[in-house]
Design a protein around this ligand. Structure first.
Ligand SMILES: *[C@@H]1O[C@H](CO)[C@@H](O)[C@H](O)[C@H]1NC(C)=O
Ligand SMILES: *[C@@H]1O[C@H](CO)[C@@H](O)[C@H](O)[C@H]1NC(C)=O
Ligand SMILES: *[C@@H]1O[C@H](CO)[C@@H](O)[C@H](O)[C@H]1NC(C)=O
Ligand SMILES: *[C@@H]1O[C@H](CO)[C@@H](O)[C@H](O)[C@H]1NC(C)=O
Ligand SMILES: *[C@@H]1O[C@H](CO)[C@@H](O)[C@H](O)[C@H]1NC(C)=O
Ligand SMILES: *[C@@H]1O[C@H](CO)[C@@H](O)[C@H](O)[C@H]1NC(C)=O
Length: 480
């Protein structure tokens, strides 16, 4: 299934063949495809997953450039396999050391308790027959306690930079275990591989959604070779893939609200969140000029559904255009004069966090190809990022109306189905009868929204919440 997909994706992109695989080493030019998580409940709020096997148990895990740990819900997928004499290394080792993950937003927190274990991790190649294998990789075995894995993913593969915070590294500190995150172990075990990975996205469907893309380790896909000539953006702290920015460009005007006018903003690139999080004054500058827009209770902006926004994000010195379908989303329905009217709002979410004010998520990243350089073995060069524009903005502008109409139609259809069957499909407020009234539909939609927000923040919050709170408990958790 995956291989077939990869061929389809590549032919869409107009590429003849994948790079040749090396016979005895990982064929670095091979792309690994990732796809949208499968849950039908998430509508627009989905994230991308990649199929990895951990001790031979296969899991769809979130590709998360915003965190550093690998964890899997081992109640999903096949059971883990213990040491096998036919394999080149220990397949699965337990440490007896526990770690507690906390994630969530605002008042909705949830916890995941797991044990740090070691296993061989394999990432299948989409095109060739090579599999990228990493032995003795630390991961968190989190059996069945988390709320985010009910959405079609079974864990998280953290792909943060070398200085990123890691829960596993924290609990294994002062033990003899090797706590390196996946990327560090991989580059160490494949020393000939160039120390970077790329993320790129496939074509849009008729609703403007991108259902799949590709990650490459140690090489760029031939058609993306221009990325190697893109400016190298240094990381601002190196705790995330955080790059300097001067703000956003809205209808040709730079929105840059930093008090001094000279400060560079710190934009964190995070493929584990579906939206972009920014301070409320930036949301106001982006959405309030739209005629008919207004601020909603949750801090997002309501905008008329037919609004074709023209916004770019500045990363380094370059402006990268954002497809207008990625600036807004359909989130609800309202009955007006006997017909259902869609409600739309900005896909930039309000963020009051002053330590991480800008979290640049998938609605922006989908418009880019990004190369994440992990830095040299001895820290020279320092890690950096290279970016090229993926979205053709002229085409985006031309295709927006049709895509927007298509996604609204789908939302109306799914909305009706959900309203009629929600008591069966979801443990949510039951809508009950076949007589569907506006308030109930709206409540249904809000239910989705809250769940999806929880999901989107999960990977971010694993770092964000734990980095403050978990440190206090890490030692304690390790005595569990
Ligand atoms: C990959 O598959 C092809 C054909 O199926 C085969 O000829 C080749 O030897 C395989 N390569 C490896 C490294 O297994
Ligand atoms: C991942 O692999 C498993 C087992 O091979 C398969 O059932 C599942 O559909 C795959 N998922 C994706 C997204 O390819
Ligand atoms: C692996 O070994 C542990 C004990 O070391 C055992 O509890 C577990 O059931 C084993 N798993 C499998 C799949 O054999
Ligand atoms: C997580 O799931 C449990 C059990 O399904 C539920 O009781 C709890 O409320 C959920 N937590 C959140 C934050 O949704
Ligand atoms: C979008 O804004 C840019 C300036 O940033 C301008 O050059 C371009 O023509 C605008 N596109 C549309 C469709 O308005
Ligand atoms: C934005 O920030 C840059 C420095 O990063 C500064 O030169 C510029 O004057 C600021 N304001 C605007 C509106 O561009």
């Amino acid at each position: 299934m995956r291989t077939v997909y990869a061929i389809a994706l590549l032919s869409h992109l107009g590429i003849g063949a994948l790079g040749a695989s090396l016979p005895t080493a990982w064929g670095a030019a091979d792309s690994i495809s990732f796809t949208l998580a499968t849950s039908p409940q998430l509508v627009g709020h989905r994230i991308y997953v990649v199929n990895v096997s951990v001790a031979v148990s296969t899991h769809d895990v979130v590709l998360d450039t915003g965190s550093n740990d690998l964890w899997v819900d081992t109640t999903l997928g096949a059971p883990l396999v213990n040491h096998s004499s036919s394999s080149p290394g220990p397949v699965h080792t337990e440490t007896g050391i526990s770690a507690l993950l906390e994630y969530g937003v605002e008042n909705a927190y949830t916890y995941a308790l797991g044990e740090v274990q070691f296993a061989s991790v394999e990432v299948p190649s989409a095109g060739g027959n090579e599999t990228l294998v990493v032995h003795n990789q630390a991961f968190l075995n989190v059996p069945g306690t988390t709320n985010i894995t009910q959405y079609g993913n079974e864990g998280v593969l953290g792909l943060g930079p070398p200085r990123g915070w890691s829960a596993v590294r924290d609990v294994l500190d002062e033990t003899e275990w090797d706590a390196d995150p996946f990327l560090a172990t991989m580059f160490e075990q494949h020393p000939k591989m160039q120390r970077f990975f790329t993320l790129s996205f496939g074509p849009r469907d008729t609703e403007g959604a991108i259902n799949a893309g590709a990650v490459t380790f140690g090489a760029v896909r031939p058609e993306l070779s221009a990325i190697l000539d893109a400016p190298k953006l240094p990381l601002m702290t190196g705790q995330f893939w955080d790059v300097p920015s001067r703000g956003f460009v809205v209808d040709g005007t730079v929105v840059n609200l930093s008090g001094s006018g000279t400060d560079e903003l710190r934009f964190i690139l995070d493929s584990g969140v579906y939206a972009t999080f920014a301070p409320p004054e930036y949301l106001r500058a982006i959405y309030s000029p739209v005629p008919g827009s207004f601020l909603l209770e949750d801090g997002t902006w309501s905008v008329p559904c037919d609004t074709r926004m023209n916004v770019s994000v500045l990363l380094g010195e370059t402006a990268y255009g954002i497809h207008p379908v990625d600036m807004t989303e359909v989130y609800g329905l309202e009955e007006e004069d006997g017909t259902w009217k869609p409600l739309c709002k900005g896909l930039f979410q309000s963020n009051l966090d002053t330590e991480i004010p800008f979290l640049i998520g998938l609605n922006v990243l989908r418009n880019l190809h990004v190369l994440h350089h992990y830095g040299g073995v001895a820290g020279n060069p320092e890690p950096y990022v290279q970016i090229v524009q993926a979205t053709d903005m002229a085409q985006a502008s031309a295709e927006f109306a049709a895509m927007n109409t298509a996604r609204i139609d789908t939302f109306l259809r799914v909305g009706e189905v959900t309203a009629e069957t929600s008591s069966v499909e979801r443990p949510m407020e039951s809508v009950g009868s076949t007589v569907v009234r506006t308030p109930e539909i709206r409540r249904t939609m809000r239910g989705w929204y809250v769940d999806a927000l929880l999901l989107s923040s999960a990977c971010f919050a694993v770092l964000y919440a734990i980095s403050r709170w978990f440190r206090l408990r890490a030692r304690c958790a390790s005595c569990v």
